[in-house]
Design a binder for this molecule. Structure first.
Ligand SMILES: NC(=O)c1ccc[n+]([C@@H]2O[C@H](COP(=O)([O-])OP(=O)(O)OC[C@H]3O[C@@H](n4cnc5c(N)ncnc54)[C@H](O)[C@@H]3O)[C@@H](O)[C@H]2O)c1
Length: 266
């Protein structure tokens, strides 16, 4: 795994806005992008966690509910007003609540909430980040990089369904592809990051309580373990940087080989 003290400095002078920066993948990415030299704007609905993240990485905290159009618009304005550019948008905030389950038992309220937080939010974030990148491209010839967090469940079916979550991530994937194509000639790359299962506190707790549940999933992972958030953050740093200058409109799987597997090692 990446030694954070040995990371390269690919993002000096760039400004990165990260939603859901207070926890998990977002927090690991805030640390990584800051280590690579970026000005980091940590956006989260959770004031305590978001503030702590921003303080730790020497960035700026903006409290935002990513389902609120005005708050999202204000988020990118704050980033631009504070640092003078919006170069990277990592649209990552998302939820997977327990009442989103099989289609047969998931109610309309649960369905809609997950669609709002996981999919509508990405629409709003892209809508309000893009104009800054377009303007910058016109003025300087440098556009930007948008990375939207989808999931490996956007490309694979699971019998252990979370129906609205899966549908929302499929939407993120298709929207990212389309935006990547539409804005490619304006110097803006848009990619969908598709992580496999990540070793977050929630997942750890769940699987500690229910080892059978963990084993049922682990059998499908060729690598034989879940990802660490830092491994996902390293992929985001690559997609954010010019090292990925020809990677666009991609479904960028970081899944330990799950989506490529038929029979795994035992
Ligand atoms: N953890 C995994 O195994 C995994 C796998 C694939 C994809 N993902 C996706 O990665 C992203 C991050 O997941 P994570 O595991 O790091 O989650 P997490 O729960 O650790 O962090 C999510 C953050 O988003 C914030 N958030 C939630 N609702 C918000 C809202 N309305 N407005 C602003 N912020 C809000 C939370 O406060 C939290 O800080 C999500 O989109 C998730 O669907 C996670």
């Amino acid at each position: 795994m990446t030694d954070q003290t040995a990371v390269c400095r690919r993002l000096v002078g760039r400004t990165a806005v990260i939603t859901g920066a207070g926890s998990g993948i977002g927090l690991a990415t805030a640390r990584r992008l800051a280590a690579e030299g970026a000005n980091v704007v940590c956006a989260d609905i959770d004031e305590t966690a978001g503030k702590a993240a921003a303080e730790e990485v020497g960035g700026t905290f903006v409290q935002v509910d990513v389902t609120d159009a005005e708050q999202v618009e204000a988020l990118y304005k704050t980033a631009f007003d504070t640092y003078g550019s919006v170069d990277v948008a990592f649209n990552n905030a998302g939820i997977s609540p327990p009442d989103d389950d099989s289609i047969l038992t998931t109610g309309l309220d649960a369905w809609k909430r997950v669609q709002e937080v996981n999919l509508t939010s990405v629409y709003l974030c892209c809508k309000h980040a893009l104009p800054y990148m377009q303007r910058q491209f016109e003025q300087t010839g440098r556009g930007g990089s948008i990375i939207n967090t989808a999931s490996f469940v956007a490309v694979m079916g699971a019998a252990t369904s979370q129906i609205s979550y899966t549908a929302s991530k499929g939407g993120v994937l298709a929207m990212s592809r389309e935006l990547g194509v539409q804005f490619a000639r304006e110097g803006i790359r848009v990619n969908a990051l598709c992580p496999g299962p990540v070793n977050t506190p929630l997942l750890k707790e769940l699987f500690a309580k229910d080892p059978e549940r963990a084993a049922r999933r682990l059998v499908h992972v060729p690598v034989g373990r879940f990802a660490e958030p830092e491994e996902i953050a390293a992929a985001v740093a690559f997609l954010a940087s010019d090292d990925s200058s020809f990677v666009n409109a991609a479904e960028f799987l970081v899944d330990g080989g799950i989506a490529g597997a038929y029979v795994t090692p035992v």
